[in-house]
Design a protein around this ligand. Structure first.
Ligand SMILES: NC(=O)c1ccc[n+]([C@@H]2O[C@H](COP(=O)([O-])OP(=O)(O)OC[C@H]3O[C@@H](n4cnc5c(N)ncnc54)[C@H](OP(=O)(O)O)[C@@H]3O)[C@@H](O)[C@H]2O)c1
Length: 326
């Protein structure tokens, strides 16, 4: 079965209206960023269980051990840097937050769900990393996104070195049937929010003469798929913004790039493992990706190792767009 044949709604996420405005919850952000925070064992256990469940689901079909986010090798690649990862209470963003923290960055963990965001941050700080939590619905309004940017920068000590625009939603369905609410939420979450955050945070990076922005797009932006029209279009828009922002901010020291994940098993689509397996069966990798696969690429683009890379989209998709093996 080709990816283009997949027409099910099964991997669409539901969009929930959440009443909370941006809330600032600050936990255990020790100034040096190295001292393990007091262990919040229950929260760490919750985060560990979730990670292990997803890892086991991929393991079963890969037949290989996956990387445990809770015991990542540590290094100094991002030592002294600060990073915001939107949507890091879950899935790909959660892995990105862990990986950036393992390389020494002080990370703002974010999502709408306060408990899950706190659990992720507790797991990071429990392992010796530095994490703060700032939660809120970014799609609610441009003012909410800008308030989040200000609060996250404050939590990080006043400056932001790395912004990862990861929060995203993926409701799909036949074009005539996509609800007005889904259309509005897709455009707001996947396009307007990154635009608002870059508008709020890039000037500070420019002022300091350095910064890295990584946008999370999708393999689906690179292939037409029936009944999945607007979601990939929002990611195409973000890829264009990646190039435009590289041109706008690159000459002033801020690198802007993107990572386009392939079909990756996360809480957002965990109920559709069989569909993910079918979609990826004909790709060179032959199986769904892991959040950590995406996180490693983000860390590379955020680090000085990528200092000559501007305006690129790095596909981490198991070759699903480039090749067919069946
Ligand atoms: N999984 C894949 O196969 C795949 C493939 C290609 C691209 N991607 C992209 O990768 C990114 C992450 O996907 P995922 O699979 O990891 O999704 P996920 O498990 O559903 O996680 C999405 C994250 O975004 C947050 N979020 C969503 N809407 C938000 C809003 N309005 N305000 C604040 N936070 C919001 C969620 O927060 P709460 O849950 O706490 O509310 C959660 O932390 C998305 O941009 C997605 O389009 C995913």
């Amino acid at each position: 079965m080709r990816a283009a044949d997949v027409t099910s709604h099964a991997f669409g996420a539901t969009v929930e209206a959440r009443p909370d405005p941006v809330i600032h919850v600050f936990i255990e952000a020790d100034a040096g960023g190295r001292r393990p925070a007091r262990a919040n064992t229950q929260r760490i256990r919750q985060a560990s269980d979730r990670i292990r469940q997803l890892d086991r689901a991929v393991d079963r079909q890969r037949g290989v051990m996956t990387t445990n986010l809770l015991s990542l090798p540590r290094d100094q690649r991002l030592a002294g840097r600060t990073a915001i990862v939107t949507g890091s209470s879950s899935g790909i963003g959660e892995a990105i937050a862990h990986v950036l923290a393992a390389s020494g960055a002080h990370v703002v963990v974010h999502g709408r769900d306060v408990d899950r965001a706190e659990a992720v941050a507790a797991a990071i700080t429990g392992g010796g990393g530095a994490a703060s939590v700032v939660t809120g619905d970014l799609a609610e309004s441009p003012a909410a996104a800008r308030a989040f940017a200000a609060q996250a920068a404050e939590a990080l000590g006043g400056w932001v070195d790395v912004l990862v625009n990861n929060a995203g939603i993926f409701p799909i369905g036949p074009t005539p049937e996509l609800s007005d609410d889904d259309v509005a939420a897709l455009l707001a979450t996947n396009v307007r929010v990154p635009h608002d955050l870059v508008g709020a945070l890039a000037p500070g990076m420019v002022e300091r003469g350095s910064g890295a922005i990584v946008n999370i797009t999708s393999w689906m932006a690179h292939v037409g798929t029936p009944n999945v029209g607007l979601y990939p279009a929002t990611k195409s828009a973000l890829e264009h913004l990646t190039q435009a922002w590289a041109a706008e901010f690159g000459p002033r020291g801020v690198r802007v790039n993107a990572v386009a994940p392939g079909a990756t098993l996360t809480p957002g689509n965990a109920s559709a493992l069989e569909i993910l397996k079918m979609m990826t069966a004909v790709s060179p990798a032959g199986q769904p990706g892991r959040p950590i696969d995406i996180a490693h690429a983000v860390r590379f683009l955020a680090s000085d190792e990528a200092s000559y890379i501007h305006g690129q989209v790095l596909s981490v998709d198991g070759g699903i767009v480039a090749a067919r093996v069946g």
